[in-house]
Design a protein. Structure first.
Length: 215
């Protein structure tokens, strides 16, 4: 679901729609996880925890804000964006559910395996007639980025193992953009858009509230 969602994002969403609408929509995937975990895994939390969850969920699309750069001429991208939304929300739910009868290491192994199985589809999507950057900023930098992504995926599996999905999912999705914005600010010295700053403040408040909740 994670790798398939990525393919749907690139195949149908980004190619046919505006990023400033697509990313706020798919960033709401924790809502799917929260609903499924509440009804099927019987997860719950305190009033303070629910306030933190709601604030985190509201902060995520703000942190995904991008300046409108092109008019919307077609809605072909919308079903693909919704597909990604539900795929990633279901992935997080099943990641938590699987931790009840599988080792976290096994879950991570099958995530990696299915990603490799879907790799040929990504190759078929590649336009090899275009120039390919074989320098450091090409495959080598990509390799380094994906190592970080793999570490993040592994720690995420363990986070779902020891924590509630209704807490972990919105917290992870709210914290990651904040870290990205802070690092970008340090490197490029660019002041984020006021919408993103608002999302950062909300995310920090949510993190503070959620950090006191028990697993």
């Amino acid at each position: 679901m994670g790798a398939g969602g990525q393919l749907a994002l690139f195949i149908g969403a980004i190619e046919n729609g505006p990023a400033y609408l697509i990313f706020p929509i798919i960033s709401m995937s924790p809502v799917v996880t929260i609903i499924l975990s509440y009804f099927f895994l019987k997860e719950s939390t305190s009033r303070r925890g629910w306030i933190g969850v709601i604030i985190a969920v509201l902060a995520i699309p703000l942190l995904s804000y991008q300046d409108p750069s092109s008019p919307v001429t077609s809605l072909l991208w919308l079903p693909f964006a919704l597909m990604v939304l539900f795929a990633w929300g279901l992935q997080a739910y099943y990641m938590k559910h699987a931790n009840e009868f599988m080792k976290a290491e096994s879950i991570f192994f099958y995530m990696a395996l299915t990603g490799l199985i879907l790799a040929p589809i990504a190759l078929l999507m590649t336009d090899f007639s275009q120039a390919i950057n074989m320098g450091f900023k090409g495959p080598y930098l990509t390799f380094g980025i994906q190592i970080l992504n793999s570490i993040g995926a592994l720690t995420l599996v363990f986070a779902f193992r020891y924590g509630k999905a209704i807490i972990v999912s919105p917290m992870v999705n709210a914290v990651a953009p904040v870290v990205t914005v802070v690092i970008s600010l340090m490197i490029y010295m660019l002041i984020p858009h006021p919408v993103i700053i608002t999302g950062m403040v909300m995310a920090i408040i949510a993190i503070f509230l959620l950090s006191f909740e028990e697993a």
